[in-house]
Design a protein around this ligand. Structure first.
Ligand SMILES: [Zn+2]
Length: 229
């Protein structure tokens, strides 16, 4: 296997997406940073949010490379981390659940040319239901501060009427303030659907001051088969 990887590195020279070391899409040290960990916290409405990774250091670099620098060659190791969060989130659900992604604004989609979370899900063997849409006039979250983000998000998503009676896990790449997931949950429940949990690839450690310790969250044993692919 190593010989094959070496041969590929010669033909298609790449640098590690996490640390810039030559010749591998991900070096072994960076790959190891993705391989374990589950973090649980509650967002403002009391919904459990499960994240696989801390969004800092090499992990942050890898995710940024994947999301913003077109490094889709690291989709598989990242998707395994997201799958870990999804399975832990689904473990808390008594009924089968569907996955629901956060819709991309048009400028974001145009800039990247791909939907990072959808790529991760596909690589992990899942498909998301497209029940949320972006309401007209919603600004890009990325350029806003925390207070502006929360204000900007009020009413920014709509859920299809087809969401009624269905239960979802909201899936996103990074949990920062939790405001995006909260707004998605609001839209789903407003349309008559239910939200079982939020699952994200990573969370931003310092920017979630409302987070409570995982010890207070009761999450039964994971049953990955419960997620409808
Ligand atoms: Zn590396």
């Amino acid at each position: 296997m190593r010989a094959v990887l070496d041969a590929v590195a010669v033909i298609f020279p790449v640098d590690c997406a996490g640390c810039g070391a030559p010749d591998r899409a991900l070096c072994e040290l960076c790959r190891a940073r993705l391989s374990a960990g589950i973090h649980r916290q509650l967002i403002a409405d009391g919904t459990v949010a499960v994240s696989a990774l801390r969004y800092e250091g090499r992990v942050r670099e890898m995710i940024l490379a994947f999301k913003e620098r077109g490094r889709t060659d690291v989709v598989r190791p990242l998707s395994r981390a997201l799958r870990r969060a999804l399975e832990a989130a689904a473990g808390g659900c008594s009924a089968p659940v569907e996955l629901c992604t956060i819709p991309a604004t048009r400028p974001a989609l145009r800039r990247r040319g791909y939907r990072p979370v959808e790529l991760l899900l596909r690589s992990a063997g899942f498909r998301a239901a497209r029940v949320l849409t972006v309401a007209a006039g919603t600004a890009q979250q990325k350029s806003l501060g925390r207070t502006e983000r929360e204000g900007n998000l009020q009413g920014s998503f709509r859920a299809a009427r087809a969401a009624r009676g269905r239960t979802f896990i909201i899936v996103d790449d990074i949990l920062t303030t939790g405001a995006t997931a909260l707004e998605a949950a609001r839209a789903i429940t407003a349309a008559g659907g239910a939200v079982a949990a939020v699952a994200t690839l990573a969370f931003t450690p310092r920017r979630v001051p409302d987070a409570v310790p995982a010890a207070v969250v009761r999450v039964p044993v994971s049953r990955p088969g419960d997620i409808r692919a």
